[in-house]
Design a protein around this ligand. Structure first.
Ligand code: SF4
Length: 228
């Protein structure tokens, strides 16, 4: 069940961001949360930019969704890719699946494929927006709606922080928003193909991300701790 108040609060916050913190941008990974935000931004706050980080290792289903999103929302999502020279050197040195060998190599892969492109995408913006929800992870319990992101020197907004998964799905259904078909195959949280697996019923919703690591290390570095 999704209340009108919750949608109004979301739209109000997006309008505040567009007016007072622009230029702002949504970093979309095509998660259900990011699809809700994309739809709301296109409808209500077109002055907010939207971008995605194409790591080159995304599941085929995510590229299908990327194409649908491109068609439905008129190519509104800007695409940022890794530096091909740096990536080639890393793969040459450590192999294409080095992320399984150590946390350090996994983080280096995330740095090359996500963090550096993120920095490029955020360049010139005064604020960025994410689809983080508090119930998603043990690493996200103290996240705030509005934070100061020291690493990027800008505000970071998490408008769906208090939304439940059911509310996100209710929005998707109400506005016929496209979503990743992997969600129907037991994937509540989707990242790169080799680093994401399905989860069993009752398992933590992020248990399928970097499942071979401890919960405390299971972030790609995009959402480092920031000040409230
Ligand atoms: S999620 Fe896996 S494949 Fe994707 S950037 Fe991180 S380590 Fe590399």
């Amino acid at each position: 069940m999704l209340s009108e108040n919750k949608i109004e609060s979301l739209v109000d916050l997006l309008k505040d961001i567009e007016r007072d913190y622009g230029p702002a941008a949504l970093a979309s990974s095509f998660s259900i949360e990011d699809m809700v935000l994309t739809d709301a931004i296109v409808r209500h706050t077109p002055g907010i930019n939207i971008f995605t980080l194409d790591t080159g290792r995304l599941p085929a289903e995510t590229y299908v969704l990327m194409q649908k999103t491109h068609q439905k929302y008129d190519g509104v999502v800007g695409v940022y890719s890794p530096d091909c020279g740096v990536l080639a050197e890393f793969v040459q040195a450590y192999g294409p699946n080095a992320f399984y060998d150590s946390v350090e190599q996994r983080k280096e892969c995330c740095r090359i494929r996500k963090l550096e492109p993120l920095n490029r995408a955020l360049n010139g913006h005064a604020a960025w927006i994410t689809g983080l929800r508090r119930e998603q992870s043990v690493t996200r319990t103290d996240t705030q709606h509005k934070e100061w992101d020291e690493a990027h020197g800008m505000h970071k907004f998490n408008p769906l922080l208090d939304w439940t998964e059911q509310e996100v799905w209710a929005y998707i259904r109400r506005y016929d928003v496209p979503f990743n078909k992997l969600h129907e195959k037991g994937y509540p949280s989707i990242g790169c193909a080799p680093c994401t697996r399905s989860v069993a019923e009752g398992e933590d919703i992020r248990a399928g991300r970097w499942w071979w690591e401890n919960p405390e290390t299971k972030e790609c570095g995009l959402h480092v701790k920031t000040a409230g």
